[in-house]
Write a protein that binds this ligand. Structure first.
Ligand code: M6R
Length: 615
């Protein structure tokens, strides 16, 4: 949530800041700003709305831009105060000497603000961030040293933050600090960078220092110093960044979302690689650090996640309970943290998160870690806060996902959960369902090819998307292992097209939602051959009897039932167990084409952000 970039070197800072912010736009995009240092002056430029507005502002300030080789920038997702130019970062102190950008939330900002007002500070914005600018400036007044001022200020701040500050009396440095919000320092030749996420700097350097909580750093053109929480200088730990610059290009697709949907067959191949060798061999999962004895002793599994990751977890429940025969609870992290949860050393807790930075999930994981449960983290970011909390770190290796709507990361999470479920079963030596598991492994191996054949011809989905794009409401129904697919399909549609879509277990329709049905409420039903096929078909009849338009997504339909549906989207033949991985691609594409047809901002839908770092 929000993005930070900083640059110090010989190049034109504004170009690097804008390029960095453009790669962070997926984190927030309601306003943006930069502060440019030049000959002991700092100029701040901000704009409301998308980054393009800031670019337009800077076009009129080229004289300043040419002179500045040091600067900081920010792209905002509003938490405190409206998304206006005044509330946009960077924020400055009253004498304009100090300027800073911030990610996170300062919890005690009211208290600090009142104290600062007593010292004469005048506030311009409604943000919590401006408090930090005044506080660090106040501390600077006592020390005349930006590093010391930052160190003193962060001791007074409660909450989460990544700060990046410059001061006109110390024009050769950027001072940074962090707690519970990511910040990296990119290491270059005669230049260095600061960023809240890798995409902002990957085209300039592949080397970085990950700042840890409570550390403060001083970044200069040819030097980086990191200080621990006690103020001691500590050795720099330089790591190699896991992404290639090419991963953040659209590669000819109109949107990142479409590109990412089409990458899913390769994503499945990646996740399976080295783990599922053949249907007759056991799953290899070296990342799982549970001994066989520990696995046998697991009495319950708790899956904690948010949004799309939560839906992946719900599919995980079906397969873990079925194959590993362990009871599984799945809960949104935001609910998990506000009750007395029961977990112990025989509980396996699985945290699922694409970003690894979702605040609610981090809090839930930290909370349950105290109960000595084994923590497995399924994430796309091995460099994330959550990854660092893991006892078993299960990377999904989906490659960077830029579009705010999660697609390929969901697929990779699903496949990781299938592997984990089978791994637990094999280590418990459970014989039931053995044949079914051999078939499932065969299907997992075949899945990438089937996904490719589904993605080869999407004309039907496009046609149906256009036909239904003017409806204002949708209901998605399914049962069994595809119930989470209905929830996820509805979430995708809502997120990027702003059409009201709700997912229900098909059996629940008649317990209330059926009251909503008429010719203006299309019902999308997922029905795969398997134990719930006939039941979902009956639920479709109920909807049809209320004049609802019916769209079916299925791998099979008896000729006699075809007329029940207004439109049918056929998927390649697949078992019920494997079908969530196929059905979801149809639903992702349907949401994509509806949003695209309506001219929505598919990759950056309103009000959302790629990583939700506030609770
Ligand atoms: O990074 P995470 O997987 O923890 O994020 C969780 C949700 O915020 C995320 O899945 C969100 O629902 C996406 N916008 C879904 O498209």
């Amino acid at each position: 949530m929000c993005g930070i970039i900083g640059y110090i070197g010989d190049k034109k800072a504004s170009d690097i800041l804008i390029s960095g912010l453009s790669h962070l736009e997926y984190r927030g995009y309601d306003s943006s700003g930069v502060a440019l240092m030049h000959s002991n002056n700092i100029d701040v430029y901000k704009a409301q709305g998308k980054l393009i507005n800031l670019i337009e502002v800077l076009k009129t300030k080229q004289e300043i831009c040419e002179k500045s080789n040091i600067g900081i920038g920010h792209i905002r997702w509003a938490t405190h105060g409206l998304p206006t130019t005044t509330n946009a970062h960077p924020h400055t102190c009253n004498c304009k000497s100090l300027t800073l950008v911030h990610n996170g939330i300062i919890e005690n900002y009211q208290e600090l603000k009142e104290e600062l007002i007593k010292t004469g500070c005048i506030f311009q914005s409604q943000t919590d961030t401006e408090v930090a600018a005044h506080l660090i400036a106040y501390e600077y007044g006592k020390t005349n040293n930006l590093l010391k001022a930052m160190q003193n200020a962060v001791k007074k701040i409660k909450g989460a933050f990544a700060f990046c500050a410059i001061h006109k009396n110390e024009p050769n440095k950027i001072v940074v600090a962090k707690r519970n919000a990511p910040l990296i320092i990119g290491v270059g030749e005669n230049e260095n960078f600061v960023a809240s996420d890798i995409p902002a700097i990957i085209e300039y350097t592949k080397k970085a220092i990950y700042l840890s909580d409570y550390q403060v750093g001083v970044v200069q053109k040819n030097n980086i110093e990191i200080y621990d929480d006690l103020g001691n200088l500590i050795p720099n730990k330089v790591e190699y960044l896991p992404f290639e610059a090419v991963a953040i290009s659209k590669m000819g697709y109109k949107h990142f979302m479409l590109k990412e949907i089409h990458e899913q067959s390769d994503v499945v191949r990646n996740v399976l690689s080295g783990k599922l060798i053949s249907p007759l061999e056991n799953i290899k999962l070296d990342e799982c650090k549970l001994s066989q004895e520990k696995i046998k002793n697991i009495t319950r599994v708790q899956i904690i996640a948010c949004g799309t990751s939560l839906h992946a977890g719900m599919v995980g429940k079906y397969i873990i309970e079925k194959f590993a025969q362990i009871p599984v609870d799945v809960e949104p992290s935001s609910e998990y943290i506000y009750r007395d949860t029961i977990a112990d050393e025989n509980t396996l807790v699985i945290g699922i998160s694409q970003s690894g930075e979702t605040a609610d999930t981090i809090t839930a994981i930290k909370q349950v870690k105290e109960q000595n449960s084994h923590i497995a983290i399924i994430t796309n970011r091995t460099d994330s806060t959550m990854a660092r909390l893991a006892d078993s770190l299960l990377p999904i290796s989906a490659g960077i996902e830029v579009s705010v709507a999660a697609t390929k990361s969901y697929m990779a999470q699903l496949i990781s959960l299938y592997l984990l479920a089978i791994y637990l079963m094999e280590n418990k030596n459970i014989q039931a369902h053995k044949e079914e598991v051999i078939n499932l492994k065969q299907e997992l191996i075949q899945l990438p090819n089937k996904l490719e054949s589904l993605l080869e011809n999407t004309d039907d989905i496009r046609r149906i998307a256009k036909k239904y794009s003017s409806y204002k409401d949708f209901i998605f129904i399914a049962r069994g292992i595809n119930f989470p697919s209905a929830l996820e399909g509805a979430l995708k549609l809502k997120e990027i097209s702003y059409i009201n879509a709700t997912g229900y277990g098909a059996g629940e329709l008649k317990h209330g939602p059926i009251a909503m049905l008429d010719e203006n409420m299309p019902v999308l039903a997922i029905l795969n051959t398997g134990i719930v096929y006939d039941k979902v078909l009956s639920n479709c009849e109920e909807a049809r009897a209320r004049q609802a338009k019916l769209i079916g997504v299925t791998n099979y339909i008896a000729p006699k039932d075809k007329d029940l549906f207004d439109d049918l989207i056929m998927i390649p033949s697949v078992s019920d167990l494997m079908s969530p991985a196929m059905n979801i691609v149809v639903l992702q594409l349907l949401a994509y084409y509806i949003a695209e047809y309506l001219g929505k901002d598919v990759d950056q839908p309103r009000n959302l952000a790629k990583s939700v770092t506030v609770e």
